[in-house]
Design a protein around this ligand. Structure first.
Ligand SMILES: [Zn+2]
Length: 407
C-alpha cells in the first residue's frame, strides 16, 4: 500500500513535500517523494490529499481506569484532598465499570491520534479481558501500604496477570504507585524483576509539594493522611523524594525507570541528577500539572542536564481529554521558547526511547512499525507550528498497518 500526503513529517531528517510512505503488512517499507515511492513500489495508492502524514503519537503516562471520572472531581485545595476524593469515587466502581472505562479511553486516545500508550492499571487481573485498539504497554500499578509484608506476593501476582495478557513483541511493565503508597521492598522487587526479564518500570515521583513536605519535614496533609493508614513514618526525615528513591534503589538502578512528574526538586536534587549517568526518562503531564497547580516543572534545567522528557495525559480524574495535541498546546503555552519541533518530539521520538522502541516507533522510517496519523495541512511555512496548534480528532490513522478513518 502507498500512502501519499501533501507533506510527510518523518522525524528522521528533512520534511518531504508531496511525500509518500509504502507499507506492507504492519511495517513501513519505503519513505520518499511520491514519485520515488511510485517508481520503487507497487500496490494500492491512498491519496490523503492536503494532509500532513505524521508518526503516531505515544502517550507516556496514562491511567485509562479512570476515563469515567472525567469532570467528576473538581480541583481540590490539596493533593491529599484529591487522593481522598478519587478513593471515594473508586469505591463506587465495579470491575465492569473499569473495563468500560478502559475501552472508552482507548477509543478516545485513538481518535486524538495516539497510536501507542503507556497505561497504568490498578487492575492487572482485568487486562486479559481488554482488547486494546492501539499499541499498549500495560503497567501494573502496585500499592502495598496496607500490607507491606506481602510486597513480593503482590508483584508476583501482577507478573502472572501481565504474562497472561502479554501481546507479542510488546513488553509489559510494573509501576509501584509512589513512594508514599509503595514500600521500599516493593520498589526493589520490581527493580530486580525488571533486570531479569523484559519488563519496564515507571512510578510517580516528587509530584506535589505535600510529598516533599512528607519526606523532608515529616509534616503536612499527605504525611498526616498516610500516617492515618498506619504506614511507619520513621523514614520521613530530611529526605527529598528523589533522594529517598535513590537511597532505596541505588543510583545504578534508576536509568531503567520512566519517572512521572518530578515537579519538586531541591538544589541538592539537581546535583544528584547531574551526576546520574545514564539518565532515566521523565514524563511531564502539562494539563494535569495545571489542574493540581503544582510547582513549575523545571523543563529547561532538566533538558540541560541531559534528560529526555516525554508528554503524557495522566488520567481523566485530573484532565479533560486524552488528546496529546492538547498536551502539546498546553506545554507550548508554559514554555513558549521551546520549538514546536522539539515539543512534537516529546510525543513521538522521546517516548519511543523511554519505552525502548526507538528502532520501531516514533518516526516514519523503513523497517519501523506502520503507526501513522494524518492531520490537515494548509501548506503553512512551519509545519510543526501547525501540528502543535492542531485541535480536534485526526482525520486518518493507521495502527500496526491497520487503517482507521471514521470516528
Ligand atoms: Zn499518574
Amino acid at each position: 500500500m502507498i500512502i501519499r500526503a501533501r507533506i510527510v513529517v518523518t522525524m528522521d531528517g528533512a520534511l518531504i513535500e508531496n511525500g509518500a510512505v509504502a507499507a506492507s503488512g504492519n511495517r513501513i517499507v519505503d519513505v520518499g517523494t511520491f514519485d520515488e515511492i511510485k517508481t520503487r513500489n507497487t500496490g494500492q495508492i491512498f491519496d490523503l490529499g492536503d494532509q500532513a502524514l505524521l508518526p503516531g503519537l505515544i502517550n507516556a503516562h496514562c491511567h485509562l481506569d479512570y476515563t469515567c471520572l472525567r469532570g467528576k472531581i473538581s480541583p481540590q485545595k490539596s493533593f491529599t484532598d484529591w487522593i481522598r476524593s478519587i478513593n471515594e469515587k473508586k469505591s463506587e466502581l465495579s470491575p465492569k465499570d473499569y473495563l468500560a472505562s478502559i475501552k472508552v479511553g482507548f477509543e478516545e486516545a485513538k481518535r486524538f491520534g495516539t497510536t501507542a500508550i503507556a497505561n497504568l492499571t490498578a487492575f492487572p487481573e482485568l487486562i486479559s479481558q481488554v482488547q486494546s485498539s492501539i499499541r499498549t504497554w500495560w503497567f501494573a500499578e502496585l500499592i502495598d501500604i496496607r500490607a507491606p509484608e506481602r510486597a513480593n506476593e503482590l508483584v508476583d501476582a501482577a507478573i502472572e496477570s501481565l504474562e497472561r495478557a502479554r501481546s507479542p513483541g510488546v513488553p509489559q511493565g510494573l509501576a509501584p504507585h509512589a513512594l508514599f503508597t509503595a514500600s521500599k521492598d516493593l520498589f526493589r522487587r520490581c527493580g530486580q524483576i525488571a533486570e531479569r526479564e523484559h519488563i519496564l518500570l515507571t512510578t510517580h515521583l516528587a509530584e506535589s509539594k505535600e510529598e516533599m513536605e512528607m519526606f523532608h519535614d515529616a509534616s503536612g496533609p499527605l504525611y498526616e493522611f498516610i500516617r492515618s493508614i498506619r504506614r511507619p513514618m520513621n523514614d520521613c526525615e530530611n529526605k527529598t523524594p528523589l533522594g529517598f528513591l535513590l537511597g532505596a534503589l541505588g543510583d545504578r538502578a534508576l536509568p531503567q525507570w520512566i519517572i512521572a512528574h518530578l515537579n519538586e526538586l531541591t538544589e541538592n536534587d539537581f546535583d544528584l541528577l547531574e551526576r546520574l549517568n545514564p539518565k532515566f526518562h521523565i514524563v511531564h503531564c502539562p494539563r494535569s500539572h495545571k489542574y493540581f497547580g503544582h510547582s513549575p516543572f523545571a523543563f529547561e534545567r532538566l533538558r540541560t542536564l541531559g534528560f529526555s522528557i516525554c508528554l503524557g495525559t495522566d488520567s481523566l480524574a485530573s484532565n479533560k481529554s486524552l488528546s496529546l495535541f492538547a498536551e502539546m498546546r498546553a506545554f507550548r503555552k508554559s514554555f513558549p521558547r521551546v520549538s514546536p519541533q522539539e515539543i512534537f518530539q516529546m510525543a513521538t521520538v522521546n517516548p519511543a526511547r523511554a519505552l525502548r522502541c526507538e528502532n520501531a516507533l516514533g518516526q516514519i522510517r523503513p523497517g519501523f512499525e506502520a503507526d501513522l496519523i494524518a492531520i490537515p495541512s494548509s501548506g503553512a511555512k512551519d509545519v510543526f507550528d501547525e501540528i502543535v496548534a492542531f485541535d480536534g480528532s485526526v482525520s486518518w490513522s493507521m495502527v500496526n498497518g491497520q487503517v482507521y478513518r471514521d470516528w
